[in-house]
Design a protein. Structure first.
Length: 221
């Protein structure tokens, strides 16, 4: 495990921000980091995030990092800070619709499938480019795409992890150049977890999502 302040020092040189992944951990554990100044927390299950949102301080910025089902979108749109896991036009359209009802513009990242494992969600690059070129995408006024997210393969092979992170950064740069050149808000590359964040930092991560290194091992999830 690592102290929050120590981890933040490692992120400082690259100005990378920290999402503390609090899934499976109780509010009391989360409050320990909150009391040390941490405000960005990530959850991968909607139900668990809602329960924590309801009981915890309202200045916490909640990040949804796990797969989002269309039918659950409506429960989070009035308060979620950033949705990292947009993986289809369908879910994006629903986020847009609910955000409009809540009078908000919601920041979202497009999740890309960079890992070898086929269990991981995410767009294929071509699929995302096609969506971004489409009229139906441009009609969405209550979402703002602020970057990309990805998870590397769970492996000891550092070279592979590095290749996958580099692939995500290349996708980011392609999107930046072709679709978001005039938008300063398009700037996030959410990559790096407890085991692989040092590589992610070297490959240009702007936001790491770290759980077990800060909170200890999880029993599940
Ligand atoms: C659980 C999770 C993390 C954090 O994983 P750790 O290995 O505990 O740091 C990061 N991103 C996603 C999408 C997760 O589900």
């Amino acid at each position: 495990m690592k102290e929050l302040q120590e981890l933040l020092k490692e992120l400082e040189p690259t100005h990378t921000s920290l999402v503390a992944v609090s899934k499976t951990h109780a509010p009391e554990e989360i409050m320990e980091l909150y009391d040390k100044g941490q405000r960005d927390f990530g959850e991968n299950r909607v139900q668990e995030m809602i329960e924590k949102y309801e009981q915890m301080p309202k200045d916490i910025r909640w990040h949804l990092i796990g797969h989002l089902q269309t039918n659950k979108v409506k429960y989070i749109t009035s308060w979620v800070h950033l949705i990292h896991s947009v993986d289809s036009f369908k879910v994006l359209k629903e986020i847009n619709k609910r955000a409009a009802q809540d009078n908000r513009v919601i920041d979202c990242l497009l999740q890309f499938k960079i890992a070898e494992e086929d269990t991981k969600y995410g767009f294929e690059p071509e699929e995302a480019y096609e969506m971004l070129r489409s009229e139906k995408f441009r009609n969405l006024k209550n979402i703002r795409i602020t970057g990309v997210m990805g998870m590397a393969t769970f492996t000891d092979d550092e070279a592979q992890v590095r290749r996958e992170f580099r692939q995500l950064r290349n996708i980011f740069q392609h999107l930046k150049g072709n679709f978001f050149a005039d938008q300063d808000s398009f700037r996030e590359i959410s990559m790096g977890m407890s085991d692989d964040y040092p590589i992610a930092l070297e490959e240009g991560s702007t936001m790491v999502r770290i759980g077990s290194l800060l909170f200890g091992e999880r029993a599940y999830g």
